[in-house]
Design a protein around this ligand. Structure first.
Ligand code: MN
Length: 417
C-alpha cells in the first residue's frame, strides 16, 4: 500500500513536477513566443529594408532594360535608315568654298562630265617622272568631294547585287584587285581599251591600300562611274573599308595628299558600292567568296543592308573575305574573317542560283588568274608584281559578243614613279 502510496505520491510528485515542467515549458514557450514575436518584428523591418532594396534594384534593372531596348531600337533604326544618314560628304561640301588660285579640273555643278574631262583628269594625275607637285597632281578637295557625292547618288539606287545584261554585240572586261598600282591600272586600258558605252568594265574591289596611288585609282574609277553610269561598274572589296585603310596604307596616303575629311568621305563612299554583279544571269562576280550558310540566294544577297562598315561575320563579311580551297564543305578562314569553302559548296550555290561560274579576286595568283573547283571558280588578280615584290603577272577577263565564255588576258607590270 505504502509503496503504492509512495508510488502515488511519486506519481503526484512526478505529476506536479511534470506540470511544473510543462508550465515552465509553457512559460518558456510563451516567453520564447514573445521573444520570437519581438524577433519577427525586428526581422520584418530588416526584410522590409531588404525587400525595398530588391525593388530598388529591380527598378534600376528595369530602367536599364528599357534604356538598352531604346538603344537597341535606335541601332535598328540607324541601320534601316543608314543610307540616309550617310551625308558627311555633303555636310563637309556645304562648308567649302572654291579656291580661285586652283588650276586643275573643275567638276561641273550639274554633274555632267565628258570623256575629255575624264582624260584630262587622268593626265593631270599622271606623273611618270615623279616631278609634279601635289597641287599639279590632285584635283582639289571641293571638286573631289563633289565627284564623290555625285557617285554616291548614282550607287545609292542599286541593290547590293546588281544584274548586268550584256547584249550579243557587246563586250565586258572584268578586272581584279588593283591595290593602288595606278600605272598598271592605266595599262589595263591600253590592253582592253578605255571604258565607253561600247566597252564596259567591272572592277572587282580592292582599289586601294598596299600601292602608293590609291587616290589616283579611286578618283579615276569614280569619274568613269559618273561618265558611264550604266556601262562602268565597281564591286566593294574588303579593302574598301576604313579599318583596313588604317592598317594597309590608304589612310596615310590620303593624309599626305589631302586631309582627314577626304579619308572620311572615301570611307562613306565605300558603303554605297555594291557587293556583287551578275552577268547575263549566268556569272556572279564578287570580291571574296561564298558562305558558311547553306541555301543562300542571289535575292537574299541583293537585300543585304550594305551601307555599313564591313562586319566581322555574316553574309557580307564572308562575301568580301572568303577563299575557295580544295576541300569539302567549309571551315573558318586562316585570315580571321570569312571562310574557306570547298567545291561542293560552290557547286550547290551555283546550282541553287542557276549560275554557271563564280569570278572572285582577293588572292594574289602567279599567272594573274587561277581556275579552281572543276572550272566553276576563277580567281582574278590584276596587280602585276604585287607590292613590287611578288613577280606575279596580272590578268583581266574579257567576255565578248555577249557570250559568257571567259577570255583571259595576262600582262606584266608597268614602270611607275
Ligand atoms: Mn581582298
Amino acid at each position: 500500500m505504502e509503496n503504492e502510496l509512495n508510488d502515488q505520491t511519486n506519481l503526484n510528485h512526478n505529476n506536479k513536477e511534470n506540470i511544473d515542467e510543462i508550465q515552465k515549458d509553457e512559460n518558456f514557450n510563451d516567453k520564447s513566443k514573445i521573444c520570437k514575436l519581438k524577433t519577427i518584428s525586428k526581422d520584418s523591418s530588416i526584410k522590409a529594408i531588404f525587400f525595398s532594396f530588391i525593388v530598388l534594384i529591380f527598378i534600376i534593372y528595369l530602367i536599364r532594360i528599357l534604356a538598352f531596348n531604346k538603344k537597341k531600337i535606335s541601332i535598328i533604326n540607324y541601320s534601316s535608315s543608314n543610307k540616309e544618314m550617310l551625308n558627311k560628304t555633303e555636310i563637309i561640301l556645304s562648308k567649302l568654298k572654291p579656291n580661285p588660285s586652283y588650276k586643275g579640273p573643275i567638276f561641273p555643278d550639274d554633274g555632267k562630265i565628258s570623256k575629255e574631262w575624264v582624260f584630262d583628269l587622268i593626265d593631270y594625275m599622271k606623273d611618270l617622272d615623279g616631278k609634279k607637285t601635289n597641287k599639279e597632281k590632285y584635283i582639289d578637295k571641293i571638286n573631289l568631294l563633289k565627284m564623290i557625292s555625285k557617285a554616291k547618288s548614282i550607287l545609292s539606287e542599286y541593290d547590293s547585287v546588281v544584274n548586268i545584261n550584256i547584249p550579243k554585240e557587246s563586250n565586258i572586261t572584268i578586272v581584279g584587285d588593283v591595290h593602288g598600282q595606278f600605272y598598271d591600272f592605266l595599262n589595263i586600258f591600253n590592253i582592253s581599251g578605255y571604258p565607253s558605252e561600247d566597252n564596259p568594265y567591272l572592277f572587282n574591289g580592292d582599289f586601294v591600300d598596299r600601292g602608293k596611288f590609291g587616290v589616283e585609282i579611286i578618283t579615276t574609277l569614280i569619274a568613269f562611274k559618273i561618265l558611264y553610269p550604266n556601262h562602268f561598274f565597281m564591286n566593294r572589296g574588303n579593302h574598301e573599308d576604313s579599318e583596313m585603310n588604317k592598317r594597309y596604307g590608304f589612310e596615310s596616303e590620303i593624309l599626305s595628299k589631302y586631309d582627314i575629311d577626304v579619308f572620311e568621305c572615301f570611307s562613306e563612299f565605300y558603303k554605297f558600292l555594291p557587293l556583287g554583279h551578275v552577268l547575263n544571269k549566268k556569272v556572279l562576280v564578287l570580291h571574296g567568296g561564298l558562305f558558311s550558310k547553306e541555301g543562300v540566294t542571289i535575292s537574299e544577297l541583293k537585300k543585304i543592308d550594305r551601307f555599313i562598315d564591313v562586319p566581322y561575320d555574316g553574309l557580307m563579311c564572308e562575301l568580301l573575305w572568303s577563299d575557295p580551297r580544295d576541300m569539302e564543305g567549309w571551315r573558318p578562314s586562316d585570315r580571321g574573317a570569312g571562310v574557306f569553302f570547298g567545291q561542293n559548296v560552290t557547286e550547290k550555290f551555283l546550282k541553287d542560283n542557276k549560275l554557271n561560274l563564280l569570278i572572285r579576286s582577293h588572292e594574289v595568283v602567279m599567272e594573274g588568274y587561277d581556275i579552281q573547283h572543276g572550272g566553276k571558280v576563277i580567281t582574278l588578280f590584276s596587280a602585276p608584281n604585287y607590292c613590287d615584290a611578288y613577280g606575279n603577272k596580272g590578268a583581266i577577263i574579257k567576255f565578248m559578243g555577249g557570250e559568257m565564255e571567259p577570255n583571259f588576258i595576262k600582262f606584266e607590270a608597268s614602270p611607275h614613279p
